[in-house]
Design a protein around this ligand. Structure first.
Ligand SMILES: C[S@@+](CC[C@H](N)C(=O)[O-])C[C@H]1O[C@@H](n2cnc3c(N)ncnc32)[C@H](O)[C@@H]1O
Length: 347
């Protein structure tokens, strides 16, 4: 319990500026043994403040008239009354069963549409080289980055790409990336995830929304637009393990175009041995037939990946790995913001 209280107190200090609402609540929770006790059902590795916040937020999204919602900037009703920390403690303690159910079974999920910026430039490079692509996205979550061919991009400086899409995301660039004239051409795509989220299931989408921090108001609107677009384009993610399923995915992709594997913030979930196995599977496939892989991961968290060995950067680095005629090439392209707001080309 002391350790958990300490995690909440540390969270409060770390996010006082960046996420003031959760920071205030975290400070209060660190002094509330009854609230901390709700997390006794949570597996040790998941016992982090954001899981408590996401669980409460999930229930609150279904009860938008509760006074707590008046303090959450993402609810339309910006009408704060009373003390937010009192409301929070009261809200979670008066819903022990649904809170415990969520705390025992869920883990936080991120699937950020802004991350399509991570794939815009590498997929354009590949389109220029090999034409239309067939993409296998590993650790796809709800599959939202599979929308990369269907959204617009406001690249600054550079201009707007695919302005007819109902959803356009901003992308601030530094350096000189090759500016595509249109959104990536992807003839076929497949998402694979150990715990896929079905965008057609309102309850699952609510969990995805619940994992967004309420201070980040802009992300909610984008997430809702992205989910609506994913339903229109029938984005589906299959259940599977990164290492065990990638070869089958690539085999299916090859019937539809040049196969491209994409991974973004998923390989950090694997053990070092499994990461090496993942690289080994792709090396084996690439040794006998052309293949590409766009990596958007942190070198510090995934040192076994191509190009990551000599770096301890925590930041997301975009790397393009290609196998052509059996030869592997590794090209570091950029560093980028965790949610894709900016891409620093050549850095
Ligand atoms: C942080 S999310 C990233 C989602 C998405 N790639 C993005 O960038 O928005 C990590 C995803 O990896 C999935 N995952 C974790 N371990 C996995 C594994 N061994 N095989 C497949 N998916 C896995 C999780 O279920 C989760 O959906």
């Amino acid at each position: 319990m002391d350790d958990l209280a300490r995690r909440f107190a540390e969270f409060a200090r770390a996010f006082e500026v960046g996420a003031p609402l959760y920071a205030r609540i975290a400070e209060r929770v660190s002094r509330e043994p009854n609230v901390l006790d709700l997390m006794s059902v949570t597996p040790e590795t998941q016992r982090v403040p954001v899981l408590l916040f996401a669980s409460a937020h999930h229930l609150l999204l279904a009860e938008p008239s509760h006074p707590l919602a008046g303090h959450y900037p993402n609810f339309d009703r910006a009408n704060p009354e009373g003390d937010v920390t009192d409301h929070f403690v009261d809200f979670v303690l008066s819903r022990p069963e649904p809170m415990r159910e969520l705390l025992a079974t869920r883990s936080t999920q991120t699937n950020e549409i802004g991350r399509c910026n991570w794939f815009l430039f590498p997929l354009a490079i590949l389109n220029d080289e090999v034409g239309s692509l067939a993409r296998v996205d590993i650790g796809s979550s709800a599959g939202l980055t599979l929308l990369a061919p269907h959204i617009g991009y406001d690249v600054r400086p550079g201009g707007v790409i695919a302005s007819d899409s109902p959803l356009t995301i901003d992308c601030d660039v530094r350096g000189e990336p090759p500016l595509p004239r249109r959104a990536p051409e992807v003839a076929w795509s497949l998402g694979i995830d150990a715990s896929p989220i079905d965008v057609r299931d309102d309850e699952e989408v609510r969990w995805l929304e619940a994992c967004v921090w309420p201070d980040q108001v802009g992300r909610f609107a984008r997430l809702r637009s992205a989910v609506a677009l994913a339903r229109v384009h029938d984005i589906r993610v299959e259940k599977g393990d990164a290492v065990d399923s990638v070869a089958g995915g690539v085999e299916r992709a090859r019937d539809h175009g040049h196969p491209v594997v994409t991974t973004s913030w998923v390989l950090n979930y694997l053990s070092p041995e499994r990461r090496s196995e993942f690289v080994g599977v792709l090396d084996r496939i690439g040794g006998s037939s052309d293949l590409s892989w766009v990596i958007a991961e942190s070198p510090k968290e995934t040192p076994e990946l191509p190009g990551h060995a000599d770096s301890d950067e925590l930041i997301t680095v975009i790397t393009l790995v290609t196998w052509r005629g059996g030869r592997r090439s590794v090209r570091r392209l950029a560093t980028t913001h965790p949610h894709g707001h900016w891409v620093n080309w050549g850095a």
